[in-house]
Design a protein around this ligand. Structure first.
Ligand SMILES: [Zn+2]
Ligand SMILES: [Zn+2]
Length: 250
């Protein structure tokens, strides 16, 4: 069965272009310098799964031609990943029953507080443990937790593909959990100017070296990243992700 992961959004929390910004990246005509908020669409074992319904999710579904979802996963409850959850109410309209939703227990409590009225649309599957394995839609998913700005974030692994977004601080345990990957999709905000919430590209390269996946795509990129310029500087098995990129895997 053909599995794939499509990057629906490769942008940081403000997206690119940034509203009101006059920098060269925000004014670039290259499609690879246009970044919606970070989100991915996973087609795996015949199931369609959206990871992170951020504020751009409606447009992302329309652009990618997503007309059917089997379930949703949320990495964490920051606005740029969770703000579009209300938009997902459209999907249960076209299918029977409630809609499966995998997330951490912390994210579940916070999401239900923010969007109390959506409970009738979803069957939540909150993860009580900080790391482990779970079945979601019949798919085996390995997960682990790290913290960003004081809240837990889920890192996700589907076989030999992993999606690790919004990471800054981590332990060596994560490096062990991510051994043997064919594809790693990991966040890195920009090249210089440290962030309290995100790895810089050089910091991400350091972590990637320790994990040693066969191929890596960087995502959650800010307007300080000019695609061609930065992509050229990266090692041959590490590339910048971009909106619409499809990664096929077995
Ligand atoms: Zn984010
Ligand atoms: Zn800009």
């Amino acid at each position: 069965m053909r599995n794939s992961l499509i990057i629906l959004g490769s942008g940081g929390s403000l997206g690119v272009p940034v509203v009101g910004c006059s920098c060269k990246v925000c004014h670039s005509s290259s499609e690879k310098n246009k970044r919606l908020r970070s989100s991915v669409f996973l087609k795996i074992q015949g199931k369609n799964i959206l990871i992170d319904p951020g504020p751009d999710v409606r447009l992302q579904c329309l652009k990618a031609g997503i007309d059917h979802l089997d379930g949703v996963i949320l990495t964490h409850v920051h606005h740029d990943h969770a703000a579009g959850v209300d938009e997902l109410r459209v999907f249960p309209l076209f299918r029977e029953g409630k809609f499966p939703f995998l997330l951490s227990e912390f994210s579940h409590e916070e999401l239900v507080r923010r969007f109390h009225y959506i409970q009738k649309n979803f069957v939540f599957q909150p993860l009580k443990e900080m790391k482990g394995e779970t079945e979601f839609l019949g798919i085996n998913i390995r997960f682990f937790t790290y913290h960003q700005l004081g809240i837990p974030v889920l890192g996700l692994r589907f076989g030999n593909v992993a999606y690790v977004t919004d990471i800054k601080y981590y332990t060596d345990e994560i490096i062990e959990d991510l051994q043997g990957l064919d594809f790693l999709i990991i966040s890195a905000i920009r090249k210089e100017n440290p962030s309290p919430a995100h790895l810089l590209i050089p910091e991400a390269l350091d972590l990637i070296n320790k994990i040693a996946p066969k191929h890596t795509y960087l995502t959650h990129l800010s307007h300080e990243v000019e695609h061609e310029e930065i992509n050229e500087e990266l090692p041959s098995n590490i590339e910048l992700g971009y909106d619409g990129l499809e990664i096929c895997f077995v």
